[in-house]
Write a protein that binds this ligand. Structure first.
Ligand SMILES: O=C(O)CCC(=O)C(=O)O
Length: 258
């Protein structure tokens, strides 16, 4: 069973270091869950299902999230969350913020690690940290994310086998799972007749290219209206001393006046 802790930076860090994954239950109250859900439902109406096994043929993915909804502007810069990222990643930006609605009948996604997309020699320090926010109750039956606890410490020569226990991140709507980019995990099978909705806010070290190119995806006019910290997380940042400059200057200087 995955450990559950208070929504507290130190408690989360301790558990992620030890197990690679931790749950914080009911961080969002029912009204906030309902409001965010309603806006995601609007977006999902025009969101296609996946194109391959990894995305899931019966699963809808809301890419380019910050161009489509304002529902995550506050959550993405929540102080508890940023405290965790400050410790684990130092300088970072949003990598793959994505709504994931696993449809009824979808088989389990293959287990994978989120940081394996970067061709870095292993072992390496933490370069990716992910959060999965639940907007339905996550259950074993409806496709709760599955994790191999402790596998964030395995290194390059070990893959999950049938002998490795896989645990389901069962959590009520409004909860969040924090997990290391090196932990083996995947979406579960949805054996119910209702979809399961979650949103990953995934962050990567600022010296890496983020999975999604937010600078192209979210217009400068929209970015200009957002909190400054969120602008930085969407690519308008500098990794010291000067990675990310534009014409020798900080990229924020190129945003229009809000
Ligand atoms: O939907 C989930 O529970 C996890 C999905 C996932 O890990 C991914 O698509 O990378």
């Amino acid at each position: 069973m995955i450990r559950t802790v208070d929504f507290d930076t130190q408690a989360i860090l301790e558990a992620v270091h030890a197990d690679g994954v931790v749950l914080c239950e009911r961080v969002l109250d029912a009204d906030r869950v309902a409001a965010i859900r309603a806006d995601l439902d609007r977006v999902l109406e025009t969101t296609p299902t996946g194109r391959n096994d990894f995305e899931g043929y019966g699963t809808k993915r809301i890419y380019n999230l910050f161009a489509k909804t304002r529902a995550f502007d506050e959550l993405a810069i929540d102080p508890v969350l940023l405290g965790v990222l400050d410790d684990l990643l130092g300088h970072y930006q949003l990598s793959a913020p994505t709504g994931i609605q696993i449809g009824p009948g979808e088989p389990a996604q293959g287990l994978h690690t989120d940081d394996s997309i970067y061709p870095l020699p292993q072992p390496h320090g933490e370069v990716v940290v992910n959060t999965m926010w639940a907007f339905d109750d996550f259950t074993r039956a409806n496709g709760a994310t599955r994790f191999v606890e402790g596998s964030h410490r395995w290194g390059p020569d070990r893959w999950p086998t049938e002998d490795d226990p896989v645990v389901d991140a069962e959590m009520p709507a409004g909860s969040v799972a924090f997990y290391s980019g090196s932990i083996w995990h995947g979406g579960g099978a949805n054996a119910t007749d209702r979809p399961r909705l979650g949103v990953i806010l995934e962050y990567a070290a600022a010296w890496l290219r983020p999975q999604e190119n937010h600078v192209v995806g979210v217009t400068p006019e929209v970015v200009a209206t957002l909190p400054e910290r969120l602008q930085e997380l969407l690519g308008y940042n500098i990794f010291p001393p000067f990675v990310g400059y534009v014409d020798g200057r900080h990229p924020k200087r190129f945003l229009p006046a809000p």
